[in-house]
Ligand binder design. Structure first.
Ligand code: COA
Length: 284
């Protein structure tokens, strides 16, 4: 996949984010790395933050090899002090932040009665508190007016085996909209993206590990295909660009229309896969 600006694959002008700096959590792989590569290809310096420093630095080296400005830094989004230090490190290299992208997430499929309280808490800590920690640690370095906060949410509808994620991401959505209201007068825009099933990501590999499950996933998408990281990157480019200067508090599904159907497709998939069996005698 080529992500260079100015190629026929990019809808956006090459200097769309020239001179800007984005800090991207979970930036070492998947959707977030796709966004990082795309931001860099459009002139933005990117700081990739991840738990694993080698992975973040490796991803940054890949972007540098493509001609972009990038560095990798290490922090766990559950560790506020580590995030503060990483934000300092990032801004001493590339200057104040124009964009904060809270993308780090933890996910695995598990039923409510198959996950421990600590498992549930772990996902809430990474997805919801991690998003809050990221925004809080980066806020003092975020340009105002003109700053952008973008979070990667999920679903927006009930999905079996994902209660921990759905609950955490509902909090991310509420945080997004509340901050959009609270920081609007500072000239900071706050938005979120709900990605649909995106091929080639760690999350998708966990949720659909075999071809049969992949086909079932595709059947839940009105556009009839998996997305690719560039689909999410394009939406992110739009939301952080001046083209969206009057857009804030939006939680944008980029999912081939899946979200429009509510949670029904995933619920039917769950039943078809034999994961839900009625209890005998159930009259509820
Ligand atoms: N089903 C049920 N519970 C699970 C689980 C699974 N598949 N995977 C982990 N857990 C539970 C663990 O059992 C543990 O609970 P316990 O202490 O009561 O046993 C708890 O979650 C924490 O697990 P641990 O491995 O110690 O946490 P971690 O901080 O190292 O990892 C995760 C966090 C669990 C979210 C891990 O999946 C992860 O690191 N994910 C990051 C990458 C990712 O998920 N990417 C996809 C994004 S969409």
């Amino acid at each position: 996949m080529t992500l260079s600006a100015g190629t026929p694959e990019s809808t956006f002008r090459p200097d769309l984010l020239a001179g800007k700096h984005a800090l991207i959590t979970g930036g070492g792989s998947g959707i977030n790395l796709g966004i990082a590569r795309s931001f860099a290809a459009h002139g933005c310096a990117v700081t990739l933050l991840g738990r694993n420093l080698e992975k973040a630095q490796g991803a940054a080296a890949g972007i540098q090899a493509e001609g972009g400005r990038a560095m990798g830094v290490s922090a766990d989004v559950r560790d506020f002090a580590a995030l503060q230090a990483a934000a300092e490190q990032a801004t001493s290299e590339f200057g104040p932040l124009d964009i904060v992208l809270a993308g780090a997430a933890g996910n695995f499929p598990a039923p409510v009665d198959g996950i421990s309280p600590n498992g549930f808490k772990t996902v809430v800590d990474i997805d919801l508190l991690g998003t809050y920690n990221t925004i809080k640690a980066c806020a003092p370095h975020l340009r105002a007016p003109g700053g952008n906060i973008l979070s990667i949410s999920a679903y927006g509808v009930p999905v079996p085996l994902q209660a921990h994620v759905v609950a955490a991401k509902a909090g991310v959505d509420a945080l997004t909209q509340t901050l959009a209201v609270e920081w609007g007068l500072r000239g900071i825009r706050v938005n979120a993206i709900i990605p649909g099933p995106i091929d080639g990501t760690e999350g998708m590999a966990r949720l659909a590990p075999d071809e049969k499950t992949r086909q079932k996933f595709i059947a839940t998408v009105p556009l009839g295909r998996f997305g690719v990281p560039q689909d999410i990157a394009n939406a992110a480019l739009f939301l952080v660009s001046d083209a969206a200067s009057y857009v804030t508090g939006v939680i944008l599904p980029v999912d081939g229309g899946q979200n429009m159907l509510g949670g029904a497709p995933q619920y039917m998939m769950y039943q078809q896969m034999g994961l839900a069996q009625p209890k005998s005698g159930n009259t509820q």
